[in-house]
Design a protein around this ligand. Sequence first.
Ligand code: ZN
Length: 370
Amino acid sequence: MESSIQLGKVMGIPIRLHVTFLLIIPWVAYLFGSVSANVFGKLYGFGAVEPPIIRWVYSLVFAVLLFVCVGLHELGHSFIAKRYGIEIRSITLYFFGGVASMEEIPRNPSMELRMAIAGPAVSGALGMISILLYAQSESLLGKNHPFSILLWTLGIMNIILMIFNLIPAFPMDGGRVLRAWFSTRMPYVVATKNAAALGKIFAVFLIFLGLFTLNFLTLIIGIFLYIAASEEDRSTTITDSLSGIKVRHIMSKDVKVVPPEMSLSELMRLMFYEKHRGYPVMVGDELVGIVTITDLQRVPESLRDTTTVGDVMTRNIYVIGPEDEATAAIKIMGDKKIRRLPVIEDGRLVGIISREDLLRAIELCSDVRL
Ligand SMILES: [Zn+2]
């Protein structure tokens, strides 16, 4: 995603900021600069801090620190994941919080439980540390000093973050804890479906709450959670319906190939008659590229007689083996945003697998098993 900026790396994990995040920092600063409440008899929010310049500087510092805490929460998950050998691609901070992008998590309930708990545990620890520091600051500077207010507000917010994330609704951490617990008692797909159903109920509740109280943020979070819960449900169903299915079961064995010297006009006719949208490009026995209808469409019609397949094909090709799992093919296509993969065995092209092949397999398998 190009809509995010990389800040740096922590534990070898790239930390990114999404553009929406840049809008939320001033907004959070504004919210906490406008509110002043008593929480357990202590000032929460910077609304009462004078003069205004000090108020807004503290609010801004607070907003940044709050999102540092959100980042640390994600690092908590990632730290445990890394110990189990799971690769973390990146952590991105969005307006609603952080998201750690990682490779697929193996279905191990005790591991999933530890990973899910790690984030809220970090938030809880940060909350406790802030509150302990507040106690120090209160005796040194007084409880209405902006620095004391900063520590107290940060402490309360981290405790709220911990509690919110432990709500047992997918895709929150609490939902993962719940799935881990369910999946020791029932098949993984059923456990996911149940946890996702609870997540959707909670999301719908938030959507209504947002509508009735005209709270835009609650509404947006509700919608986001609903989509995320549905997505988790869907991807688990797909992975499960294809479990045990190998690439060779669903690939097309009868592969049509084209030579790099073929002109694009000829390629266009071939695509039209054979109704294929892409071909492997071969020189003798060697696979040298892939050409698709998208490559063809980039060349204006008047130049297609004089342009060859070799000029426009993609040389950077991803391949898969016939004995690989079909879900591995889905993952590569999703990650690399491609629609077909040549299947290679002992250096020889033995087939091709496309998104359509996979979709058909998902359709057939989920009918049979679910
Ligand atoms: Zn979390």
